[in-house]
Design a protein around this ligand. Sequence first.
Ligand code: ARG
Length: 476
Amino acid sequence: MATPSRSGVFTQATDRRVERFTESISFDRRLYAHDIQGSTAHAQMLAEVGVLTPHERDQICATLQQIGKEIEHDVFPFSIALEDIHMHIEQALIERLGDVGRKLHTGRSRNDQVATDLRLWVRDALDRIKDGLENLQRAFFDRCEGDFEVILPGYTHMQRAQPVLAPHYWLAYCEKLARDIDRVKDCRKRTNVCSLGAAALAGTTLPIDRHDVMQRLKFDSVAGNSLDVSSDRDFVVESAFVLSLIAAHLSTWAEEWILWSTAEFNFLKLPHEFCTGSSIMPQKINPDVLELTRGKSARVIGHLQTLLVLIKGLPLAYNRDLQEDKPPLFDSFETVELCLELAAPLVAGAKLNREGIAAKLDRGYLDATTLMEYLIQKGIAQRTAHHLVGSLVNQAMQQGVSLAELPLETLQAAHPDLDESVREILGVDKAVAAFRSYGSTAPSEVRRQIEIWRSRLYQTDPAVLKSDEGAITLEK
Ligand code: ARG
C-alpha cells in the first residue's frame, strides 16, 4: 500500500522488516478520536482562511466522522504498511474523497499533528485520573463518621508510637490525594497548549490561523516557538511523574493494608470480592488486588525513567525516537486509572477489626509522649522529662505493666511532681484527648478537619468554625 507520506522521491517500496520496525499503529490507534478532533479543527480553520471551500470542509469533516465511527465499531481495517493512526485516517479520507482528501494536510506536518493528538489525549486522560482521585478521596472520607470513635496505634519506623483516631488516618490519605489532584491540574495547564501550526519545525508559509485552531480545540494558548513545540514532550514526562507519585502513594497504602490484614496484625478484614484464593491451601484469602497495586507501581515508576532517558539525547526538533513515548505513557495512564478504580471500593468495603485493635492498644506505651509533655507543662525541661519518662517505661516493661499501672512510689521516686493525678492523662483514650495542636489527632481537631473535608468533597455550604486558635473560615 502506498502511504501518503512516501513522496515521489522514493524509487523503491519499503522493506517489510522496516514496516514492522517503524509501525506504531499497534499502539497509537488509541489516538484515533483525538486525531479526528484535531483534523476537524484544522479543516475548519483551513476553510476560514480560504484554503478549503466550505463544501470541501464539509466533505472532509463528515468523512472524518464516518471514519471515526468505523474505528469505534471495529470495522476499520488497520495495516502496518500505513505506519500510524495519522496515516490510516488520512489514507481513508483520500480513498473516499480523492483530491479533496489530499488537501487536509495543508499547512501541517505529522510532527505538530502527533503532538496535538497526544496533548488532547493526555488532557482527557488527566481529567479521568482527577475523577478517579476524587472518587478515592470520597471513599476515604466516607469512613470518617462510622469509625470516629476508633483509636489506632500510630507507627513510626513500624514501631508503635502514639495513638491516632481512625478518622485522622482516613483523612491522611485525603491529604495525599489532594496533592496528587493539584499536580494533575497543574500538569494539565502545561499540556493544554496548541502545537498545531508548528508544522514540521519552522511553521508554514501558508496563511493558517493558529489561534482559530486553539479555540476550536479548547486549548488555553498557542505555543510561541514552532521549533520547541514540535519536539516538546515535557507534558508526557510530567504526566509520567504525576502518575508515578500517585502510584507510589497507592503502593504505600497497599503495603500498609497487606500488613494490616495479616493474622499477626489482624487490624483489617478485606472484602472477599477483592481477594483471591490459593489453588492448594483452601484456607487462604489473599490480598492480590493490594499486592498488584503495589506491584504495578513498579511499571509506572519505570516508565518515568524510560521517558526521561528517551528524550535526554534528542537534538531539536522532531526525532522518530519520540514515537517510543506512547507505550509507556499509555500504560502509565491505563495502569493508574485501573488501580484507582479498584482502590475506592476496596477502601469502602474493608472492615476495621475494632475489638482486636482495642484489645492490644495498651501495648507499646503509646501514652509515653503525653506523660512527657505533662511534665513539661509542670516546668520540667523537655530533655529531662524525655529521659525520666524513658526510665519509667523501662521499669513498667520490667514489671509487665502499663504506665498508668505503675505504683505511686515508683512515680514519685522518678519525680516529686508525679502524683495520683497523673493517671488522669495516662491510658490511650486520655492520651488522644490530650492532643490540642492544629492538625493533630485530638477529637476536636479531627472533627474540624472532617467538616473542612466535607465542604471540599461534597461542596456543602462553607461554615465558619471556631477553634481555640481563632476563627477559621472554610474555603469553598
Ligand atoms: N508515529 C509518529 C510518532 O508517533 C508520528 C510522527 C511521524 N513524523 C515523522 N516525521 N515521521 O511520532
